[in-house]
Design a protein around this ligand. Structure first.
Ligand SMILES: Cc1cc2nc3c(=O)[nH]c(=O)nc-3n(C[C@H](O)[C@H](O)[C@H](O)COP(=O)(O)OP(=O)(O)OC[C@H]3O[C@@H](n4cnc5c(N)ncnc54)[C@H](O)[C@@H]3O)c2cc1C
Length: 548
């Protein structure tokens, strides 16, 4: 290694940059899950997206979009209110690339088997490189099932919803080549309990139109072209579509008060807004707003799982890369037994999260034709949202430590991944609310629990700890009536059993390692304390094969 002119020392024992890696081809669990869950026909497309995202150029875009946070422009220089947000060019470029890949609409644009699984794979890949952009893309994807409640509104928007050309212009919806659609529910006095919403909606304007007055405390991606929002109409909380620009080209009143100064997710603008006689079109039945928007919420929850799996995967890939190139005490870190235990344990977590995310997507693929798949998706999405999102921060933290001090420094991607991770557990239903949602699914849609248990039973006999965990779960479900207080424990058991069931069937040796480490009671509370007898080599070899 040459001495850099002007410095008195050689730079030794630092890894090369992690770049120009095909993030899909390097990821054995994702490759296999895409195939297994029906998305094989999309493999080439997902692979080329993985190559694009892993290129030095696009990895740099992800960094830049986060270093240069969006800026609120309330007024133009002449004092007119404009309520716009200015983004760094890197943000626009990431949005363009992702929309070009159909990340925001693949299953609606190409409604063929496997499209959901393929879109989830695309999403899992993007979350590794620029998770902020995932937010508007997810909401745009997720709004479609809710918009379908209002046929004429949906049909008018459908061509633009199917568009793949990023079109950031604020122009009337009818002129857009593609649209982004956000979601504004949370108010100051309540986010989980949206029934507390105070925004009012009075009929006004054309038939079906209302004027909205009130506020939203969190409204991400405020440069979207329209928002699904909730407001109180005469017969109760109802769902509305609020466009940013009215058909005559005038701006719909949408006063952005502030942008949130967030822990992470910094490239993405999240705002506080006020509606001041803002025009909205009612979607679905008056007074049934929560029901109308719920399908959007379920689809965004799916993406919380996928994004969390992606964040963990990238942290692991960075840790494995570092360990392979860094030596301490005369040996590569990757060859040291304790580092191997940490990496293998993290790999196990990523295997499970990836398998679960893609299995969920298949249920969304099958849902329209298959009632059991719909029930499975209903309950398993909430279970996955709780568990995978909650596992991500600690897994990423542990991966950060594998890089030593370099992992704590902003030039490394680890701090960004770490700051991003908790949001997936908070938004779209925070942990407790999600656990209560699992109970609600079991009570209101009694077919959902058997759908979940049926999926578990497919792996019966795969490992004694798995069989015992399933029996214990069923006992717990028959348990005393304090279900609310026990909900976290029950949902955790469901999640672990589901992940084990998937892994045992997909890759039995990894499933067995998972059962030993997560179900048999002999694994540690922190990553890296794998019980004796767990096959670390298999996990590490899969990681190694995918590494540059
Ligand atoms: C970065 C970011 C972007 C966001 N973007 C949007 C957006 O675009 N649109 C939007 O509408 N919202 C958005 N949100 C808001 C988000 O969805 C809410 O913050 C979330 O739903 C929680 O609501 P809350 O903040 O009002 O907390 P609360 O509802 O007050 O909940 C606080 C805590 O209490 C718990 N809790 C609530 N009810 C119960 C109960 N019955 N039993 C036990 N525990 C309970 C919750 O799990 C949570 O941990 C965003 C949030 C963040 C952080």
């Amino acid at each position: 290694m040459p001495v850099t002119p002007g410095t008195p020392h050689e730079v030794l024992n630092q890894p090369p940059a992690f770049e120009d890696v095909n993030l899909f081809e390097a990821d054995a669990p994702l490759r296999e899950a895409l195939e297994r869950e029906g998305g094989g026909a999309f493999r080439a497309r997902v692979s080329s997206f993985g190559a694009l995202l892993g290129s030095a150029r696009v990895l740099a875009l992800g960094r830049e979009a986060n270093r240069h946070a969006p800026e609120l422009l309330t007024h133009d220089r002449f004092g007119h209110r404009i309520d716009e947000v200015a983004f760094h060019p890197a943000w626009h470029e990431v949005m363009r690339l992702a929309m070009d890949a159909s990340l925001h609409n693949l299953p609606w644009r190409e409604p063929v088997p496997g499209a959901q699984a393929a879109r989830s794979a695309l999403h899992l890949l993007l979350s590794q490189v620029e998770a902020g952009a995932c937010c508007p893309l997810t909401m745009t994807f997720a709004c479609v099932p809710a918009l379908r409640h209002e046929k004429d509104v949906y049909e008018a928007l459908a061509p633009a919803l199917r568009g793949t050309e990023y079109d950031p212009r604020l122009v009337p919806l009818a002129e857009k080549r593609s649209v982004l659609v956000g979601m504004a529910m949370t108010e100051k006095q309540g986010g989980s309990d949206v029934r507390a919403n105070t925004t009012r909606a009075e009929p006004g304007g054309a038939p079906g139109e209302y004027r909205l007055t009130g506020h939203k405390w969190f409204c991400s991606a405020p440069m979207s072209d329209a928002f699904l929002t909730l407001a109180q109409a005469e017969r109760g909380l109802s769902c509305f579509l609020v466009p940013r620009v009215l058909p005559d080209g005038a701006r719909n009143p949408f006063a952005i008060q502030r942008l949130k100064d967030k822990l992470g997710n910094r490239s993405n603008a999240s705002s506080e807004v006020e509606y001041r006689g803002t025009t909205g079109r009612m979607l679905g039945e008056e007074g049934r707003g929560v029901r109308t928007i719920l399908e959007m919420v379920h689809h965004t929850r799916l993406d919380c799982v996928t994004a969390s799996a992606g964040l963990m995967r990238h942290a692991l890939a960075q840790a494995a890369h570092h360990a392979a190139h860094r030596s301490a005490f005369g040996r590569r870190l990757a060859d040291q037994p304790l580092m191997q235990a940490v990496l293998a344990d993290l790999a196990l977590e990523v295997e499970a999260a990836t398998a679960l995310a893609l299995r969920l997507s298949r249920a969304y693929d099958e849902g329209p034709e298959d009632e059991a798949a719909r029930y499975f998706a209903r309950i398993a999405t909430a279970v996955g949202k709780y568990w995978v999102c909650k596992r991500a921060p600690s897994a990423i933290y542990e991966a950060m430590e594998c890089l030593g001090g370099n992992g704590y420094v902003e030039e490394s991607p680890l701090p960004r991944l770490y700051r991003e991770a908790p949001v997936n557990a908070i938004w779209e239903g925070s942990g407790n609310v999600i656990c209560l949602d699992v109970l609600r699914a079991m009570a209101r849609e009694p077919e959902s629990l058997p759908a979940l248990l049926g999926e578990l039973r497919l792996a019966r006999g795969g490992h004694p700890a798995f069989d015992a965990a399933c029996a214990e779960l069923e006992r717990e479900l028959r348990g005393p009536a304090d279900a609310e207080a026990r909900a976290r424990g029950v949902v955790e058991r469901m999640a672990l059993a589901l992940e084990a069931s998937l892994l045992l069937r997909a890759t039995p040796e990894i499933g067995e390692a998972f059962c030993a480490a997560r179900l048999a009671g002999s694994g540690g509370l922190l990553f890296g304390a794998l019980p004796a007898g767990v096959d670390r080599r298999g996990l590490l070899e899969r990681l190694e094969r995918g590494r540059t």
